[in-house]
Write a protein that binds this ligand. Structure first.
Ligand code: PHE
Length: 333
């Protein structure tokens, strides 16, 4: 009997000392499993007299009940502890400030292009697009640039290998030819897109750059309309106090042609003019080649370099910054 008491004491102490559910399970196997002392004592009952057997049976039952009660209590404690420590470990601090993901944004050139288009859309223009790999007939011939015209060399044309007369367009003007050959006046379109010239890269040149072409064709369109349109554009992009001036120039597809400057007022009373675009009245030969009657219609066209506008407006000194995708530069806009 005192053996059993000692055993019970040992077993209950082990139950209380178990510090995990796994350990508690090992204690259960050790004291009540098939190879436990309890099992041995149970087996030995066969050799006892009926009286002894009854007394032993009661004692063993009492041991088992006591063990079970202690086990259940400890089991619940350990489970509650396990839950508590899990909740502690997985605790969310809802007062922590969130990790900031820097918001993405369109590239500066995309932003400027979008703004430019919006200025013209506000004036009633619609957007038209054309292919970057362009037929020579649209890039040159319909625009009054004959095969031996020096402009073909001046523009440092990139030809597409394996195709007869396909070039990477050297300007967005072929899109005006495409629009004129397919739709009757009145026409008011702006044509944004990439353009290509075999130029060496430096601070102001890139073989890939982008333009917004504008074209307006209707009855009685005059140079005054061109001037007013470009003045409105310059003021929308650069500020309401800006002025523009037109300097005589030459393009094969416009007559007369002009280079257009926008005024600037720098710090310390420093002011002057910055060239922003080329423009002119569409040459009657071009209207005619595109199937529009030059006796009835006239029009103007202009081509604006998007990089140039972006650089002037945001004080970007080197065109390469616009193409190098340096996150520190891009984050400024
Ligand atoms: N296509 C000319 C260029 O790229 C710009 C231009 C467009 C000039 C339309 C006049 C009219 O240089």
């Amino acid at each position: 009997m005192s053996d059993l008491e000692a055993l019970q004491h040992e077993a209950l102490t082990a139950v209380d000392a178990a510090d995990s559910l796994d350990e508690l399970d090992r204690v259960r196997v050790r004291f009540t499993g098939k190879r436990s002392q309890l099992a041995v004592l149970q087996k030995g009952m066969r050799e006892l007299s009926p009286e002894e057997r009854r007394a032993r049976g009661q004692a063993l039952n009492a041991f088992r009940d006591a063990f079970q009660a202690a086990y259940d209590t400890r089991y619940q404690q350990l489970q509650a502890e396990a839950l508590r420590s899990r909740l502690e470990a997985e605790r969310l601090d809802l007062t922590l400030p969130p990790r900031r993901l820097p918001p993405g944004r369109p590239h500066l050139l995309t932003q400027v292009e979008q703004e430019m288009l919006e200025v013209f859309i506000g004036m009633g223009y619609r957007v038209a697009e054309g292919p970057e790999a362009e037929a020579g007939s649209y890039n040159f011939d319909l625009l009054n640039i004959e095969p031996d015209h020096p402009a073909r060399q001046e523009m440092d044309t990139i030809y597409v290998d394996g195709f007869d007369d396909v070039v990477l367009r050297t300007h967005t003007s072929p899109v005006q030819a495409r629009v004129m050959t397919t739709s009757p006046p009145p026409i008011a379109v702006v044509c944004p897109g990439w353009t290509f010239r075999a130029d060496a890269v430096d601070a102001t040149h890139s073989p890939v750059f982008s333009q917004v072409e504008g074209l307006y064709v209707d009855e009685q369109v005059t140079m005054a309309d061109l001037r007013g349109t470009l003045l409105a554009f310059a003021r929308a992009m650069f500020g309401h106090d800006r002025d523009i001036r037109l300097r005589p120039s030459f393009f094969p597809f416009t007559e007369p042609s002009a280079e257009v400057d926008v005024s600037f007022h720098g710090p310390g009373g420093n002011h002057g003019w910055l060239e922003i675009l080329g423009a002119g009245m569409v040459d009657p030969n071009v209207l005619d080649a595109c199937g529009i009657d030059p006796e009835r219609y006239s029009g103007f066209a202009f081509g604006i370099g998007i990089e140039r506008v972006a650089m002037l407006r945001h004080d970007v000194g080197d065109i390469r910054e616009l193409f190098e995708a340096d996150a520190r530069f891009l984050a400024r806009f």
